[in-house]
Design a protein around this ligand. Structure first.
Ligand SMILES: [Zn+2]
Length: 262
């Protein structure tokens, strides 16, 4: 990175202005065709995580206003899925929660297949998946492949590791699409890197946001912990919002979306 920002200052200094980042959908990635995942491309993904409709609608409106593509990992049925489906720039994937199975709790399905099938009934044409808590294993990848899920987004390799990322074909038939930035990891680890710069850093750049953290503009675990008792009450949640627009998850998303235009 040459540290240029914003673009017009670079132009005034006689240097090349920054080019706009093009946001794509995970399902359009072809591991063997680099033009589909690098060269100024980035990917915006959202783990919906059972967000209240008002919280989810808040994030949808932000992405719609920016007019960019995004992949939404769905956890539950909501009338808002129709709004997401109507937008050809959006992709709906699934966000299965296998965590209960580890404790012998069948409330979310008695097997991994039942958990996946439950979500595929809601999003029948899904081809992309990220598990809640990024749970993945060889049998789960084989299950995903059997169910027509062609893209796994469970591997998190933070941009701070300095590893150039790319997608690859796993032997199970699923394309592995690692991601490099996640909102809660950023605020938990004190990573305040400029998301627009991360998007331009080269290689495969996939970002993971949660609507609740966009809504709260979460900047620290304490803010989310205090809000947890009010997750079903958007009015009460609003009182927990961080008003400072220069830091936090909402700010990180806003800054990233600015990369689409400059
Ligand atoms: Zn999740």
């Amino acid at each position: 990175m040459d540290g240029l920002e914003p673009g017009h200052q670079g132009a005034q200094a006689g240097r090349r202005p920054l080019s706009a980042v093009v946001f794509g959908r995970i399902r359009d990635i072809d591991a063997s065709a680099p033009a589909t995942w690098q060269d100024g491309r980035a990917f915006l993904t959202f783990d919906i995580d059972w967000a209240h409709d008002e919280v989810l609608a808040d994030t949808i409106a932000i992405v719609e206003r920016a007019g960019v593509s995004a992949t939404w990992f769905v956890t539950h049925d909501t009338p808002l899925l129709e709004r997401l489906r109507e937008n050809p720039a959006f992709e709906l994937g699934i966000h299965p929660n296998f965590n209960f199975l580890l404790n012998g709790d069948a409330r979310n399905g008695a097997s991994a297949e039942a958990v996946v099938d439950g979500l595929l009934r809601i999003v029948p044409d899904a081809v992309s998946v990220r598990s809640h808590s990024t749970m993945v294993s060889t049998p789960l990848l084989a299950l995903f492949a059997r169910k027509g899920l062609r893209f796994d987004c469970n591997l998190f390799v933070p941009h701070t590791a300095g590893i150039a990322l790319r997608p690859w074909a796993n032997w199970t038939g699923v394309t592995m699409v690692p991601y490099c930035w996640e909102d809660d990891v950023a605020f938990l680890s004190g990573d305040t890197a400029d998301t627009a710069s991360v998007a331009r850093a080269g290689g495969l750049r996939v970002f993971d946001f949660h609507p609740i953290h966009v809504f709260l503009n979460t900047d620290a675990a304490e803010r989310y912990d205090l809000a947890r008792a009010s997750l079903g009450d958007p009015g009460a949640l609003r009182a927990h919002r961080l008003a400072d627009t220069t830091v936090g998850t909402h700010a990180a998303l806003t800054r990233l979306l600015e990369a689409a235009t400059a």
